[in-house]
Design a protein. Structure first.
Length: 64
């Protein structure tokens, strides 16, 4: 069974990492977000899949 404390810890860490660009440089974060709107859906799906696979790979390396 999944440890709820670990899940909450991971979620908190993700929120910290996701919030860092908006805190450190909101102008550049807005510019980067605007560039995402230019990309077609297929490219965004491939990017999302690549990021998910990279995350799964990291989890696999750490959790073994």
């Amino acid at each position: 069974m999944l440890n709820l404390d670990l899940l909450i810890l991971i979620l908190g860490f993700v929120l910290v990492v996701e919030g860092m660009p908006w805190f450190l440089s909101p102008t550049k974060a807005k510019r980067a977000m605007a560039q995402l709107f230019v990309l077609d859906d297929r490219t965004l799906r491939i990017l999302g899949l690549a990021l998910m696979l990279a995350g799964l790979g990291l989890v696999y390396l750490i959790r073994g």
